[in-house]
Structure formats: C-alpha cells, structure tokens
Design a protein around this ligand. Sequence first.
Ligand code: PMP
Length: 284
Amino acid sequence: SIVFLNNEFMPMEEAKISPMDRGFLFGDGIYEVIPSYDGKLVGFGPHIDRMNQGLEMIGIQFNWSHEQWQSICQQLIEKNGNGNLGLYLHVSRGADEKRFHAYPDNVEPTVYAFAFDIPAANIPDKSKVKGYRVATTQDLRWQRCNIKSTALLGNVMHFQHGHGQGYNETILFNAENNLTEGSACNAYIVKDGVVITPPLDHQLLPGITRHMLLDILRKHSDIKIEERNVSMEEVMSADEVWLTSSSKEIAPVIEIDGKPVGNGEIGDTWLAAQTLYTQHKHDY
Ligand code: PMP
C-alpha cells in the first residue's frame, strides 16, 4: 500500500522512522482513524478537531488545517483503490537525540498516515449483521482515556483478554463497577427503549461515532437518550447492548461472558439506530 510519511507518499516498505522517535520509545503521540466509503470520508471535521485537541492537550505544537489533512486523506484514498478504507493518521512528538522524558525543544513531529481495508458499512438488516460476543474486565487504564494517545498497551491488554477467550471485544468497568467503554469502542445499553451511555469524562474516549449517533437520534427520532453512569447490573439485565467505533459503526452485542443479552438476538432499537445512522452519517 501507499503511505504518507513526513510530507511524502511512498510504498509502505520504504517508510522508515528513527528508532529514537518518541512515538516508538514512549507512545508519545496522538492518532485518529477516519472511515471512508467509496471515496467519501465520514466525520472528517470532528475527527480532525479531536486530533488537534489531543495534540494541544499533550503539548505537541502541530496544527495542520482541515484542508491539509483532507488533501492527504483524499490522495491516500485514491492511491489505495477508493474502496472501504480506514485512514489512520498519526502525529508523534518526533525523534530526539537522547531518550529523556521531558518534552524536547526544536523537534519536528513525525507525521505518518496509511489506509487499511475496513468492512463495508453495516447493512441495517438483522439477518446479515453478526452479533458481537464480548468479555468483561476491570478497566485498568489510566486517568486520561479521553486523549486518543498512541500509547495503547492498556487497551491492547484488555482487548486480548477477550480475544484470547474467543470473544470479539472486552467491555470495561471502573472500580465502582460502572461501565466505561470497550477496549476500542464506546458502549451503550438499551432498556425499555431508552438508549443509555456513560457520560463523557476522563474515563472514556469521546468517540466521533458516539457523537454522530447521539446527534442523529436526537435530530431524527423520538428515541430517548440518557448520558449517565451505567452499572454492571444494568448491563447484565439490558434489553440490548451496542458498541460503536469508526470502523464498526453500531455493533450489536448478543452475548456477555457467555450469557445472552436480552433474548440473545439483535434488537429492534439497534435496527432503528443503524438505519438512521446509515441514512445520515454523510451529513458529518
Ligand atoms: N473508545 C476507544 C478506546 C477507542 O479506541 C475508539 C476508537 N477506536 C472509540 C472509543 C470509538 O471512537 P470513534 O467512534 O471516534 O472511532
């Protein structure tokens, strides 16, 4: 595939970074993943805004305009076949001469971007979409999960916890046994027709799919939404459980730790929500 590294497009095999890059040594960087279907980016503006906010939060002075990123994304899409692609964008603090924790002065950030295949968008059809089976575990990540940091070891270990047992994802609960999110996605329950999801704070990533989904439901449906704490008991007795991310859209969960969610089948509220999402996602 063709990738972008520090202002040049090149085959992935030719892309080389310094072993002193702080992204490599410390996970010191910010990333984004933006979905694109048949050449059309979804949620581009909010994704770039979130990346710029993340860079500012960790003191990396780097602020490309939406137009600059848009041009790189469009070129990556064209050079990689215009299909269903996730665009991975990564800005690390750059390569210093020595390994020293403090933010260095006068280091050029490293900018890397590549495209990868993602599944076709979810068809809002219960018979065609596969329900997720997930594990649960205690959320042992740090107190800045709102930052989309490239330092993902906590998320990687939590994902592996479920993956190693044959599950598709792992959902996480904090020390108070409240739901935070999944290892790579936001999480929701549906109870008596109400969609309930944890409020945005330092314990979870402010997902762009989450933002778009809640906005679409508020604007285009009568479905009630609550952003509040969700206990483990509520998750285990929910009618439906969903996960969202840029590459999954809305994924229905049908099993948690081997127990069925609701009646063990994909729910009607999922169908309504994914249908509306499919209709309106290109507004963002
Ligand atoms: N939470 C975590 C931990 C994630 O890694 C992701 C994205 N991969 C999300 C939530 C969902 O974010 P988005 O909808 O912006 O993809």
